[in-house]
Ligand binder design. Structure first.
Ligand SMILES: [Fe+2]
Ligand SMILES: [Fe+2]
Length: 196
């Protein structure tokens, strides 16, 4: 598989799918690459078909169209693209299915191992050291930004996201999510000591 070619396709698709960024610093292509790397790390421990996982992770966020399901649009684009590069139809349909459902992290549906890995990698990108960066930078974009506002935002994000650990579909991702929550707890405790 020519992954460099897939990555180029993803970069272009994300750049012109018209999805409005909710913050100027939130780069969806960079998010995709982090999800791709974490999906591969998870696969190394959990297993599953590496090609399906890698391609589904790379293509999971290519779709965006006002008024339509994000996963549905992405699945259509991915299926057409993978067909054009000659991937086996059976793999294409499994990848399409993962992309179609990836945003529904609370689904009760029976999921393939590959789907669980991609969903978990996507979920992990919302929490951890990275979310401290996100909250700090989002605060800096507001008017009259200050450290206390950033602290409040990091703290409320931590509180709001802690229960999402139940969305983890694999034990390895659950351990990583837990580790990230502990990092945020320690960070907040230390920040309180330093700031107040
Ligand atoms: Fe998505
Ligand atoms: Fe995503």
């Amino acid at each position: 598989m020519n992954y460099a070619g897939v990555i180029e396709f993803v970069r272009e698709k994300i750049a012109d799918n018209g999805r409005p960024p909710n913050y100027p610093f939130r780069d969806r292509f960079e998010h995709t690459m982090r999800v791709y790397r974490w999906a591969i790390k998870l696969q190394a421990q959990i297993g599953g078909d590496l090609e399906i996982i890698a391609l589904a992770a790379l293509l999971h966020d290519v779709g965006w169209e006002e008024g339509r399901e994000h996963g549905e649009v992405g699945a259509e684009i991915a299926v057409e693209y993978l067909d054009s590069i000659g991937l086996e139809p059976e793999k294409i349909s499994r990848i399409g299915e993962i992309i179609r459902i990836h945003d529904d992290k609370d689904t009760e549906a029976e999921l393939s191992l590959e789907c669980k890995v991609v969903m978990d990698a996507d979920l992990l990108d919302e929490v951890g050291a990275i979310s401290v960066l996100w909250d700090s930078m989002a605060t800096a974009c507001e008017e009259e930004a200050n450290y206390r506002k950033a602290y409040n935002r990091i703290k409320s994000f931590y509180t709001g996201n802690r229960p999402k650990i139940r969305r983890c579909k694999t034990e390895v991702a659950r351990l990583e999510f837990d580790r990230r929550l502990k990092l945020l707890e320690d960070f907040l405790t230390q920040l309180e000591r330093e700031l107040f």
